[in-house]
Design a protein around this ligand. Structure first.
Ligand code: ATP
Ligand code: MG
Length: 367
């Protein structure tokens, strides 16, 4: 099969991991995907017919901007906004398909991409490309973060790669291609040298005041990526994690405290600023946690609500897709108006609900 060589593997190396791929179907079409990275194959790699779509690489993070860029880049780099939604790769294998991070083809994502973008001209010119981007906005089945510029849900490109090798086009080429083909992109902040971190700090400070997630810095050839997040994002993550403390709390808390500590140091917080940051950090941890305890005390189940809008059939496909991923969702409201369906479902957090319930009942806690 051609895709084996395309992925940069020999037949033997591919065969050694082939059985880790999981089989699924998308509208009756069979495909395989790899949820977790295995040997040389990155997580999220999918194989459909004779094509493979390589998983999107994991982006390293720096805790300090100045020393981080000096160490990571050997020349000028560009900075772009890091958008907070879910990662999508769009490829055309006979038809346009939207892959989520783990390599499944999401029917809802596919339909949003097909309806909101006219991608055939792009894929006619670049048939083996994969268009990578973030799907953001409030009406989103996976992550919900408000963006004033997005009413429902929207795709913003940040990368174009060869779908099998994962080789990126340069940042400049991608920005041009997206402009030519009318594909919205993540906002760019331009180019910086490693000695210009002061201006980059201003960019981060501005994102911070607007409650935005952060930046991704890239070498101009698109090969090296480095991320840095604002404390608004770090604290927002904590609020989220501690609303479901026994599902997320533990692995959430340490890295995010670390980020805040380095951020406080790097921006030179004085005594008052540290007190304020400490206060905010404490609130981000304790408030959602106590709120969740109260919800369970009152007999409630901890859950996260998502609203999605679209064609009634696509919404059914989405529910089936979530079910096939092992998610248990409850439908909160479901209405169809003028052929458009607006559905709110909740994802249940059983482990956090049950643990809190047990501790409220006096069960001892083993430390
Ligand atoms: P991983 O890097 O393994 O995906 P993660 O799930 O914690 O870890 P994030 O912390 O969200 O990921 O950071 C990486 C993700 O940021 C990318 O996978 C991509 O979906 C998203 N992202 C948003 N904006 C950009 C951008 N401008 N350039 C690159 N990636 C971006
Ligand atoms: Mg993200």
């Amino acid at each position: 099969m051609e895709y084996v060589a395309g992925l940069g593997l020999t037949r033997e190396r591919f065969d050694a991991v082939a059985d880790r791929f999981q089989e699924r179907t998308f509208r009756g079409r069979r495909y395989h995907h790899l949820r977790h990275s295995s040997g040389p194959i990155p997580a999220g790699t999918a194989i459909i017919d004779a094509a493979a779509v390589r998983g999107f690489p994991s982006i390293p993070r720096t805790l300090v901007l100045e020393a981080g860029v000096k160490r990571y880049f050997d020349g000028p780099f560009v900075a772009e906004e890091k958008l907070n939604g879910y990662n999508v790769r769009v490829a055309r294998v006979d038809e346009i398909l939207g892959f989520t991070r783990s390599g499944t083809i999401c029917p809802f994502t596919t339909s949003v991409v097909r309806e909101t973008l006219d991608l055939d001209p792009f894929f006619d010119a670049h048939p083996e490309a994969v268009l990578c981007g973030e799907m953001i906005g409030p009406e989103n089945p996976y992550t919900t973060c408000d963006y004033p510029e997005v009413d429902s849900i929207g795709f913003f490109a940040f990368d174009i790669r060869h779908r099998e090798s994962g080789e990126p086009v340069t940042v400049a080429a991608r920005r041009d291609l997206c402009e030519t083909f009318d594909i919205p992109q993540a906002p760019g902040f331009g180019a910086f040298t490693v000695d210009e971190t002061d201006t980059l700090q201003d960019v981060v400070a501005d994102l911070e005041t607007r409650g935005r997630e952060g930046i991704v810095m890239k070498s101009p050839d698109g090969e090296r990526l480095l991320k840095y997040t604002t404390s608004a994002a770090n604290q927002g993550n904590l609020v989220y994690g501690f609303a479901y403390p026994f599902d997320y709390g533990r692995e959430y808390v340490f890295p995010r405290i670390l980020r805040e500590a380095f951020r406080a140091h790097e921006v030179g917080d004085d005594h008052d600023a540290i007190r304020e940051r400490a206060h905010d950090l404490g609130e981000a941890i304790l408030e959602p946690f106590v709120e969740s305890i109260r919800v369970v005390e009152n007999g409630g189940t901890l859950s996260e609500a998502h609203t999605v809008r679209g064609d009634p059939v696509v919404i059914d496909e989405l529910l089936e897709h979530l079910h096939s991923l092992g998610l248990h969702v409850w439908i909160e409201s479901d209405e169809t108006l003028g052929g458009e369906r607006l559905l709110t479902f909740t994802k249940q957090y059983r482990s956090s609900t049950d643990s809190i319930d047990a501790y409220l009942d006096g069960q001892t806690f083993r430390e």
